[in-house]
Design a protein around this ligand. Structure first.
Ligand SMILES: Cc1cc2nc3c(=O)[nH]c(=O)nc-3n(C[C@H](O)[C@H](O)[C@H](O)COP(=O)(O)OP(=O)(O)OC[C@H]3O[C@@H](n4cnc5c(N)ncnc54)[C@H](O)[C@@H]3O)c2cc1C
Length: 381
C-alpha cells in the first residue's frame, strides 16, 4: 500500500473564507434565478453567462500566473471552488474542461502567443475547449487512434473522426490526439502528437449525439483535410501519448468524479429530512468524507508539481462507485413513499441522476481500465 500517497491537507483559514464567499455567491445567484441546479452540472449545465460571472469573480484558471489572466492561487483553492460549484449543481459545463485540463496543457506546451491569446479568454469564461481523444474504434484502447496529421510545407493536414467530444458544439478549440508517424511494431505509443485545433477552420463538421436522457452534450467531430498552421502542434511531435496521460491525470483527479449525485442527497435531506435513517446518512457522509480527504491529498500533490496519476485513478474508481451507492440509497428511501408525497422537483432530480449515472463509469476512463492502472502500480499486471 505504500505505493499510494494521499497526504493530509487540512483546510486553511484562507480556504474556509473562500468557501464562504463561493457559497454566498452561489446562494445569491440561485435565489435571484441566475441558475437552476442541475445534476451532473459539469457536463449538462451549459451557461456562457454564468461562466462569465465566474470569470469576473476570478474563479476560472485560478492557479495560472496573473500575466495569463489567472490568480496564481494554490490548487487547493481551486478545489474549494470546484467542490462548491458541483454540490450546488451550478451550470459550469461550458468552461469546465478548459479550466480543468486544456488550459494547463496550453500553459505547459503552448507557444507564448497561444498562452497570451487563449488563457486570459478562458479565465474570463469566454473561451471553451474540448477533448479530442476517443474515436469510434479507440476508447479504452486509446493508442489505436487513426486520426492522422501529415506534414505540409506550411503546417499540417488533419483527417479523421473523433467521438463523444463533450461540449465540442460550443467550443472554440479541441485538443486532438493524432498519429503523426507509424507505430514501431508493438509500441503504438510512439508517433502520436497533440494539436490545438481552431474549430472554426474549414473542413470540420460537428454533429451532436443525443444521450439516453435526451440531452446533446457530446458530439462526433469529423476532420476532412483540415489545414493547420505549424503552431497548431501542441508540445513536441511524437510526445502526444505522454502529454495525453498528463492531461488524463488532471481529467480524472477532481471532485467531479464523486460529487455528481451529491445534489440529490442534499435536496432530499432538505425536503424530506424525517425520511432518512441516520445510519444511511452516516454511511454516505463517511464515504464522501474519505473521498474528500483523498481528493485533497491529490490536489496537494498536484500543487507540489507531482504526478499522482494512480491515486487519481483510485479516487475515480471509488468515487464513481460512491455516486451510484448514493443514488441507490436515496432511490430506495423515496420509493417507500407514494410519489404524490414526494416533491415534484425531487422526483425530477432523481430521474435525471438515474439517466446520467451510467456514463460516469465510462467517461474519463472506464472502471475496468482504472482498476488495471491501479493493479499495474502494484506490479500485479
Ligand atoms: C458522457 C461521456 C463523455 C465523454 N466525453 C469525452 C470527451 O470529451 N472526449 C473524448 O475523447 N472522449 C470522451 N468520452 C469517451 C470515453 O473516454 C470512452 O467512452 C471511454 O474511454 C471508453 O471507451 P469506449 O466507449 O470506446 O468503450 P470500450 O473501450 O469499447 O469499452 C467497452 C467496455 O469494455 C471494457 N474494456 C475495454 N477494454 C478492456 C480491457 N482491456 N480490459 C477489461 N475491460 C475492457 C470497458 O471497461 C467497457 O466496459 C466520453 C464518454 C462519455 C460516456
Amino acid at each position: 500500500m505504500s505505493q499510494f500517497s494521499f497526504p493530509i491537507a487540512p483546510e486553511t483559514p484562507e480556504e474556509r473564507s473562500l468557501r464562504r464567499r463561493v457559497r454566498t455567491f452561489l446562494e445569491a445567484e440561485r435565489s435571484s434565478g441566475g441558475f437552476q441546479p442541475v445534476a451532473d452540472c459539469w457536463v449538462s449545465g451549459v451557461s456562457p453567462a454564468f461562466s462569465s460571472k465566474l470569470g469576473q469573480q476570478g474563479w476560472i484558471g485560478m492557479t495560472w500566473p496573473t500575466r495569463y489572466g489567472g490568480q496564481a492561487l494554490p490548487t487547493l483553492h481551486r478545489l474549494v471552488v470546484t467542490e462548491e460549484l458541483l454540490v450546488a449543481g451550478a451550470p459550469v459545463a461550458a468552461h469546465w474542461i478548459a479550466d480543468r485540463q486544456s488550459g494547463a496543457q496550453i500553459l505547459k506546451f503552448g507557444t507564448e502567443a497561444q498562452r497570451q491569446s487563449i488563457l486570459p479568454r478562458i479565465a474570463a469564461g469566454k473561451c471553451y475547449i474540448c477533448v479530442g481523444m476517443s474515436e469510434p474504434q479507440a476508447g479504452s484502447d486509446l493508442a489505436a487512434v487513426t486520426t492522422k496529421a501529415t506534414k505540409t510545407p506550411s503546417g499540417w493536414t488533419l483527417s479523421g473522426r473523433k467521438i463523444w467530444s463533450t461540449v465540442a458544439h460550443i467550443s472554440n478549440y479541441m485538443i486532438v490526439l493524432a498519429r503523426t508517424s507509424p507505430a514501431e511494431g508493438k509500441n503504438r505509443h510512439v508517433g502520436l502528437s497533440q494539436f490545438l485545433v481552431d474549430l472554426t477552420l474549414p473542413g470540420i463538421e460537428i454533429s451532436g449525439i443525443r444521450d439516453i436522457a435526451g440531452h446533446t452534450h457530446f458530439n462526433e467531430v469529423v476532420f476532412d483535410n483540415v489545414q493547420l498552421t505549424e503552431d497548431a502542434l501542441l508540445g513536441t511531435e511524437g510526445d502526444g501519448w505522454a502529454q495525453c496521460m498528463g492531461e488524463l491525470a488532471l481529467e480524472r483527479s477532481g471532485p467531479e468524479r464523486f460529487l455528481t449525485t451529491f445534489l440529490l442527497l442534499e435536496r432530499a435531506l432538505a425536503e424530506m429530512p424525517a425520511a432518512f435513517p441516520p445510519a444511511i446518512v452516516g454511511d454516505l457522509i463517511a464515504r464522501v468524507t474519505t473521498l474528500r480527504i483523498m481528493s485533497r491529498g491529490i490536489a496537494r500533490r498536484l500543487q507540489a508539481g507531482e504526478h499522482p496519476d494512480t491515486e487519481a485513478a483510485l479516487v475515480k474508481q471509488l468515487g464513481n462507485a460512491f455516486e451510484k451507492h448514493l443514488f441507490t440509497a436515496v432511490r430506495h428511501i423515496l420509493a417507500a413513499y407514494p410519489e404524490a408525497e414526494v416533491p415534484v422537483e425531487l422526483l425530477r432530480l432523481r430521474d435525471e441522476v438515474q439517466l446520467r449515472l451510467p456514463s460516469n463509469t465510462l467517461r474519463g476512463g472506464t472502471t475496468e481500465i482504472l482498476r488495471g492502472v491501479i493493479a499495474r502500480q502494484l506490479g500485479v499486471r
